[in-house]
Write a protein that binds this ligand. Sequence first.
Ligand code: ATR
Length: 296
Amino acid sequence: MTDSKTKIFGIIGHPIRHSLSPVMYNVVFKEKNLNNVYIAFDVDKKNLKRSIEGAKALNFCGLNVTIPHKISVIKYLDRINGEAKLINAVNTIKFICKNNDDENERMAIGYNTDGIGAIKAIEKNLNERTAGKKIFIFGAGGAARAIIFFASINNADVLMYNRTKEKAVLMQKEIKEKLNKEIKVVKKITLKDELKDSDIIINATSLGMFPDVDKSVINENNISCIPKGKVVMDIVYNPIETKFLKFAKKRNCKVIDGVDMLVYQGAEALKIWLNIEVDENLINIMKNVVVKVLKG
Ligand code: ATR
């Protein structure tokens, strides 16, 4: 039950109808007995600025930001946290009081929990740190960018492959300039060898996402490109077991699905908003509700 003290959280994006965030966060609020609510808002590009102003005026406490607003929202925020600034994308906003005298004067601070969410998902599954590991990432879009930046900040040894090589080269330059770190851009011709040499392989492209469930960054004829016994993660969570993860299983790899990344990035947002520890019990509760919805 909501009342006049209920704190409002939500997500803005377009389209937003299929977002799993409301069920994932509301189950936490219920479990923790918090008088909070989380709602999905369909916000198109022309309403983005007004949605942030509206959220401030209505004393919202937090918002997640998803496609297509993760970069464009930055210009409407008052402050950007250091990592989000480096990544140049925001997926979490915290609204705080501008000064203690006036509760209705809010400011919006932007964060990015996508990169840390992916790395946490891997570290919790492996029970070891990713620093020093060779992480191979497919993709150079928004999600890939957050993971590549965070993995580099976290001292992993990053290799990336993207269909459009120019985008990968631009990111390589940017990482060098901003972090003074070297990442390797892999050519198609050396893909198999570089994969073999990696510890963790991540699909950070949208390939394989519903309804295109038959697509994969590695196609069926090249399944031997996936080295045996490695750790393979997919950021796509619908379907939970993508074609890429099916192939990885055939190659006896340890697989981590996109639900884990979704849940761990959500856990990081909860820490930012509520200052709470999200233990494994809560993580499992979040995971279970998401899986239940995905399995219909
Ligand atoms: P997001 O923000 O969700 O990461 P995006 O910015 O549109 O989405 O990026 C999508 C990523 O998936 C890109 O790396 C894209 O490769 P290109 O840069 O070459 O476009 C990759 N991708 C999408 N469709 C692909 C396909 N059919 N084959 C290979 N890569 C694909």
